[in-house]
Ligand binder design. Structure first.
Ligand code: PLP
Length: 406
């Protein structure tokens, strides 16, 4: 007699099981190669702190001091009042926005702000316009809340500026918000003022808010970042920012959002976000003290860091465009480059290309289709490592492409 015990599997929710995150998906095959003793050059994750960047000393000291001085309690759900004051001042200086501490909500970085915004806005079937290609959590989170992400494409030949005609085509009565990521991940695009005004006009026609992800705002090379929050007259803008990129504190998980809402159209949404904030209690208390130090303290560290990044950007941009079968637009912000795979006959897809590059050139980059519509037949590389490492990566890639195309 067989004693087969049938164990019934407990099912996870479909909404959670449906989540995809391409940036980390490519890590598994890379780990396999590393287990075999092969050294992989990792250009896949956008974390400057994994390279030669650190938060400035005054922020680190403030964090340690906050802990030692006893700031280890639950704080207010909306965030530390001193920090919210510092955010108001920083944003007035940067964007000239007319906001008060009541318009500001401190969050566990931009990622939590995105959860709050989509959680508070999206009903099943609602659509959210997002850039195509786009930072993957936008797709994942909109879907998680049973919404439908709709990509508006970037125009590659124009440095990936958003295509306003396409945005107009994709907008409908079901559209709940337009998300803008500027400077952009994965393309490195910096949107011009005219384009931002057109986006605001379109949002105004449909009476919907603009969500503005400004996490890379001071990380620009030639141009300067402009916030839709500084341009709006009546369209509500929800701005999101934080410590992860410009302040080089990715692991501290601290950010904020604020509302520029001249006609108070978002009153109910703000109430909903307040509710979401209260059920998660509060953001990290000592990290908020460090954030005050960061936002009110000297920014001179940034100049040196941007100089390093610009050198790396210039290097990778030049090298990629010299490699046969590839071409790349010059990133104007952030630390990503999004090259186009021109020669396509050798691979079935961009993912296959990326795996081939991983196995044979020992470089880990992310396939463009992982960034959604508009990303197909591209890949994303970070240019965070020093030039010597980028040089090795580009030498490997060049050799690989010459072999494949010969
Ligand atoms: N938004 C964009 C466009 C990003 O590229 C990233 C990280 O790469 C984030 C948000 C995540 O930010 P945070 O660390 O503040 O959650």
């Amino acid at each position: 007699e067989s004693s087969l015990l049938v164990i019934e599997m407990i099912h996870a929710s479909k909404r959670a099981m449906g989540i995809e995150y391409a940036i980390r998906d490519v890590v598994l095959p890379a780990r396999e190669l590393e287990k075999q003793g092969i050294k992989i050059i990792k250009l896949n994750i956008g974390d400057p702190v994994k390279f030669d960047f650190q938060p400035p000393k005054h922020m680190k000291e403030a964090y340690c001091r906050a802990i030692m001085e006893g700031h280890n309690y639950y704080g207010e759900s909306e965030g530390d009042i001193e920090l919210r004051k510092a955010i108001v001042e920083r944003e007035k200086k940067k964007n000239g926005v007319d906001i008060t501490v009541d318009d500001v909500m401190v969050t566990a970085a931009v990622t939590e702000a995105l959860q709050f915004v989509f959680g508070a806005l999206v009903e099943p079937g609602d659509e959210v316009l997002i850039p195509g290609p786009s930072y993957p959590p936008y797709v994942a989170l909109v879907k998680f809340y049973d919404g439908v992400p709709k990509a508006y494409l970037g125009i590659e030949e124009e440095g990936w500026q958003p295509d306003i005609d396409d945005m107009r085509k994709k907008i409908s009565e079901k559209t709940k918000a337009i998300a803008v990521i500027n400077p952009n991940n994965p393309t490195g695009a910096l949107y011009d003022k005219k384009t931002l005004k057109e986006i605001l006009d379109l949002a105004g026609e449909y009476d919907i808010p603009v969500i503005s992800d400004e996490i890379y705002d001071l990380m620009t090379y030639e141009g300067k970042h402009v916030s839709p929050g500084s341009l709006t007259k009546d369209v509500p803008v929800i701005v999101m920012n934080g410590l992860s990129k410009v302040y080089f504190a990715t692991g501290w998980r601290l950010g904020y959002m604020y509302f520029v809402d001249p006609e108070d159209k978002l009153a109910e949404v703000r109430e909903a976000i307040g509710k979401l904030a209260r059920v998660r209690l509060c953001p990290n208390t000592p990290a908020q003290k460090a954030a005050i130090a960061g936002l009110t303290g000297p920014m001179d560290y940034l100049e040196g860091y941007m100089k390093k990044l610009k050198e790396r950007r210039d290097y990778i941009y030049k090298r990629l465009n010299e490699i046969p079968g590839l071409s790349a637009q010059k990133p104007e912000g952030a630390f990503y480059i999004f090259p186009r795979i021109e020669e396509r006959s050798k691979w079935k897809s961009d993912k296959e290309f990326v795996l081939d590059v991983l196995r044979n050139a020992h470089i880990l980059v992310v396939h463009g289709s992982g960034f959604g519509e508009g990303g197909e037949w591209h890949f994303r590389a970070v240019f965070l490592p020093p030039v010597e490492i980028l040089e090795q990566a580009m030498d490997n890639l060049e050799k690989f492409m010459k072999e494949r195309l010969s």
